[in-house]
Design a protein around this ligand. Sequence first.
Ligand code: TRP
Length: 456
Amino acid sequence: MPPSLDPPRLFSRGRPSERWGSSLGFVLAAAGSAVGLGNLWGFAYRASQGGGSAFVLLYLLIVVVVCLPVLVAEMVLGRSTGHAPLIAPVTAGGRRWRPLGWMFLASAVGILSYYSVLMGWTGRSLLHALTGPLPADIGGAEAYFIGISTGGDAVLGHLLSLGLTGLVVAAGVRAGIERLTKVAMPLLFVMLLALLLWAAFLPGAVEGYSTFLLRWDPAKLSDPATIRNAFTQAFFSIGTGIGAILAYATYLNRTSPISGEAVAVVGMDTAVGLMAGCVTFPVVASFGLGDVVSGSTVGALFIALPTGLASLGPAGRVVAVVFFLLAYLAAITSAVSLLEVPASSLMDRLGWSRRRAVWLSVAAIAVLGLPSALDVGVLERMDAVFGGVFLIAGGLALALLLGWRAPARYRADLEGSGSPPALVAALLFALRWVSPPAIAVGLVVSIADLARSWAG
Ligand code: TRP
């Protein structure tokens, strides 16, 4: 390889603490990044907006034929360049790709600034379920939610959650991120499985499942709202398009089988999304709270879930504790991947120490998140811009970079690490011919919808 493709590594290379301890460690960390509040809240919220099984079908289709090849492209870009998200696009595509590095950085910082606010709400709900009775009715729950989602409580939750995320990332790839995800992910699966079993015996279980899985209306397949929801959910939930998995992949060794690992990550993420739906929907249906979820905003489940569980007495409280604990674990393993984007970029670009890079990023994100902590309307707009438009645009750019500008890199990296040539050919075909046009449609629909909602 010519030296321009493989410049001296300013960061991470050759330092064992900055490598994953094992392939499983990487897969769990990447799954930790994917599985987050997007699966637990986003999926239920978007599925309940009326798409029914058409939404679920579109979402699954986008995940497999659009997001999977892009996820592999993001991993290849990280591993093959050995550079952080800010620099990797230039290394692979030349100077004209520099703006993509900056876009990765802006998106990751933007998303984390409000994601940590949502984490704060989750943590506050967990503390509440641990220490006091759940709100007795919808009115009480709404008042309670307004209390935790605005003002001092929200700011404190945001800052504490960001600080906790900073502690993990500052401890390093192996001693921080890998150590956390190796414990958190198995725990999360066990808790989710327990909740799944519990929910199956609720009186509204069948009705709950059927509201989002079994209601089939083919017209919904071409409904713009359903299409937008499916795209946003797929990209946000997998977490591809802004360099988070790219940063993780720089710490991989050359022999790690990336395509198989990507399939494992996508499979776990999708399973958790569907399983979470099979927990939240029965609760909501059992207690007749469907309108609260679909009619409302990002806060809906924070209101509906505690209310539904309150009527079950002490057992309901135990379930609430387990659910919010699970959600907090899912959230922090996602937040660390978002923080790794600016942190690794500062280390790579400026040669900073990990600690310095992490805490400077945390400070900037803390300030940037204050408006979202103080106003839910700002939070929703940040999500629409960074978690919607920027994310999907980043996915499109990744498909163009690895599919058209540097396809040889994609092929060489995958075949060099043992992926069967037929699989590589199929992935490359999807990356060139399926992902770009499909994402372009998704992007246009999202922007049009955003413009419409902001104009109205
Ligand atoms: N996927 C996570 C969730 O579902 C959030 C997340 C982590 C993310 N890394 C990302 C979203 C990168 C977009 C891009 O909650």
